[in-house]
Design a protein around this ligand. Structure first.
Ligand code: ADP
Length: 664
């Protein structure tokens, strides 16, 4: 058995591999770029070595350097994870030439599946159905155009070296064929250094269904059933599930048989996936699925297969790489229940799903409700160098509906602050009626994208919670006296406090009225929300909201406030109060002194009015900038010495607070 394993990857998958290696008593070696010095995968491994600078070409793709580290650290095997060097046959050869085990298939198996045209030919010969099309040796545009006519439009042109959806063009009529071919060739050349393209019949209602396969060095090959990955955006998977909804048993058997045949045809060892496309214009049928490509590595979505089969696929990989036979036979494998995986990303859905960056100043994922595979912790930063995945949220239930319910609640309880995420989008998708009913196809997201990306306006309850939080009313106090642990209790009459909040470009001033011990009314335009604060802990607060007992999570950073409530999150900016935080100190506890010369623009209070510490008292305008001066303490206003419109010089006494005994 392997004793020491170098994990040639980072993030979620590196952590995933280390976890299983550790459970098998295998020592682990991590590699890291300068951007990953303190990353989770580094802290989880027994040893870690720097591999290079942040860009992947100078770190995680440096095959020679990684093999060197393998030798140096006395590892006896290298696991490539997915992406990076995982499907690079030269890397496999380098690892083996250095006397180490590559945890994955033989270099030749990777090579034979590397080009889509050669792979399709090979599969045809092995009797595996392939998408009708042309993948012969003809390169001339005229001949290819004739082939497209023969296949019948619409067709899909694919760069044979393509991957990740790149180098693909759909063509709806012969007039567009040539320019599309040129486009696909250009993209193939630019991204993969190869311009050769093949043509396929474009299926108008397809489902992406893939089969997990496994082979060992003793000639055994099994399949671990299917995953449905039809929920895609730009050919990227978003939510995956196992098994596939409404899969007839005869089709499942037929696909499993074809996948095992495909793996056998190339002498496959280790974990692999045969991706099929199913034409579902007439529903799922055993004669309507076609080989698309084989991924000769572990897939991102492998956990759904683990949950429905009860197997640990990384353990299988390590055993097979150590020379052991597969742990179970086909007859011993079965499906149990249903599983979903949602890919949680730092990305700006509203801005066309642009990858986002940022420091995760709050990260609370529902480990009690789901399996969370992640490579980051609270406080970590999502950098622009790598895939911006935050976590995979994976659930299992006895039925599809039970698993879907779990996915929906897990997403609602996923709280991230510090970067924009796709959580709300995933939540809407998980509740989409077509997805709920299992009526999926690869066009589902595109057809519904507008409805799925709608940003909710915060409702009055959320705004009221944010107002209290921004006024410091939801903070844990340091004192040990239980009556001291909640802020803002006062024993005099109703007091008003104004706060300004900004959300989605909208700035509003809100009024908080203290109604008693921890009881408030927040006035939002014509509405008033009454809130009792029942208890507060670091980030969560128990409330009674207009009589309904509930809880919320509030995260505050320098200038931002995120409220997680009722399964939604809402980000508020704190525009004014913090800008002027320094202004509180002028004049000490009992008076307000002009910190600079200026014009008294606005008086928020009148003589005798009671205020709370931090409440805005007056606005001073200096050098065209407004400065709000805040109450230095709780109490009543004793005397106001200035009036609106008046000019004051620096050091002018503006207002004094009443003696504390006067206020009681
Ligand atoms: P890549 O290697 O770039 O991922 P694939 O060949 O695996 O490309 O195809 C990616 C996705 O494109 C599939 O999951 C499917 O959604 C879509 N697709 C591929 N081939 C076809 C086809 N013939 N008709 C319709 N959609 C297709």
């Amino acid at each position: 058995m392997i004793k020491k394993l170098l994990v040639a990857n980072r993030g979620e998958i590196a952590c995933r591999i280390i976890r299983t290696a550790r459970s098998l008593g295998i020592k682990t070696v991590a590699i890291y770029s300068d951007a990953d010095q303190t990353a989770l995968h580094v802290s989880m491994a027994d040893e870690a070595y720097r591999v290079g600078s942040p860009p992947v070409s100078e770190s995680y793709l440096m095959a020679d350097r990684i093999v060197e580290i393998g030798v140096l650290s006395k590892a006896d095997a290298i696991h490539p994870g997915y992406g990076f060097l995982s499907e690079n046959p030269e890397f496999v050869e380098k690892v083996e030439a250095a006397g180490l085990i590559f945890v994955g298939p033989p270099a030749e198996a990777i090579r034979s599946m590397g080009l889509k045209d050669a792979a399709k030919k090979l599969m045809e010969q092995a009797g595996v159905p392939v998408v009708p099309g042309y993948h012969g040796s003809e390169r001339d545009p005229d001949s290819l155009a004739k082939e497209a006519d023969r296949i019948g439009y619409p067709v899909l042109i694919k760069a044979r070296a393509g991957g990740g959806g790149k180098g693909m063009r759909r063509v709806d009529g012969s007039e567009d064929f040539r320019s599309a071919l040129e486009g696909a060739q250009r993209e193939g050349m630019a991204s993969f250094g190869d311009s050769v393209c093949l043509i396929e019949k474009y299926l108008t209602k397809p489902r992406h269904i893939e089969i997990q396969v496994f082979g060992d060095a003793h000639g055994n090959v099994v399949h671990l059933f299917e995953r449905d990955c039809s929920l895609q955006r730009r050919h990227q998977k978003v939510i995956e599930e196992a098994p596939a909804p409404d899969m007839p048993q005869d089709m499942r058997e037929e696909m499993g048989r074809a996948a095992v045949q495909a793996a056998r045809a190339i002498g496959y060892q280790g974990a692999g996936t045969i991706e099929f496309i199913a034409d579902v214009t007439d529903g799922l049928r055993p004669d309507r699925f076609y080989f698309m490509e084989m991924n000769t590595r572990l897939q991102v979505e492998h956990p759904v297969t683990e949950l429905v089969t009860g197997q640990d696929l990384v353990e299988w990989q390590l055993r097979v790489a150590s020379g052991e036979a597969l742990p179970v036979s086909q007859e011993d494998l079965g499906l149990s229940g249903w599983a979903f995986e949602a890919r949680l990303y730092a990305e700006d859905v509203a801005k066309n799903f642009l990858p986002a960056t940022g420091t995760l100043n709050y990260l609370d994922l529902p480990e009690d409700r789901a399996r969370i595979d992640s490579g980051v912790r609270q406080g970590d930063t999502i950098t622009p160098y790598y895939d911006p995945m935050i976590a995979k949220i994976i659930v299992h239930g006895q039925s599809r509906q039970a698993a879907l319910n779990k996915l929906q609640t897990a997403l609602e309880n996923s709280h991230v602050a510090g970067t924009t995420t796709n959580i709300a989008f995933l939540s809407s998708l998980a509740r989409h009626p077509d997805f709920e009913s299992g009526d999926v196809d690869t066009g589902l997201i595109d057809r519904n994208v507008e409805a799925l990306v709608v940003e909710d306006k915060p409702n009055a309850d959320v705004i009221a919670i944010a107002a209290l939080a921004s006024a410091g009313r939801l903070e844990v106090r340091k004192g040990t006296d239980p009556f001291d642990t909640l802020s803002g209790w006062r024993h005099w009459t109703e007091a008003k406090q104004f706060v300004r909040l900004e959300w989605q470009g909208d700035t509003r001033e809100l009024c908080i009225v203290s109604k008693g011990a921890q009881e408030f009314s927040v006035e939002i335009e014509n509405e008033a929300v009454s809130i009792s604060v029942l208890s507060v802990s670091t980030n969560s607060v128990n409330l009674s909201l207009s009589g309904r007992k509930t809880s919320a999570c509030v995260v505050r950073s320098d200038r931002e406030l995120t409220v997680f409530f009722d399964g939604r999150s809402c980000l508020f900016n704190l525009p004014d109060l913090l800008d002027n935080a320094g202004d509180v100190a002028e004049g000490g506890e009992n008076q307000l002194i002009a910190p600079m010369p200026g014009l008294v623009k606005l008086l928020h209070v009148s003589n005798g009015e009671t205020v709370i510490k931090g409440a805005p008292l007056l606005v001073l305008e200096a050098m065209k900038m407004e400065h709000t001066l805040l109450a230095p303490r709780d109490g009543a206003i004793g005397e106001i010495m200035v009036s609106e419109g008046g000019q004051v010089s620096e050091g002018t006494m503006l207002l004094v607070m009443a003696e504390e005994k006067d206020a009681a």
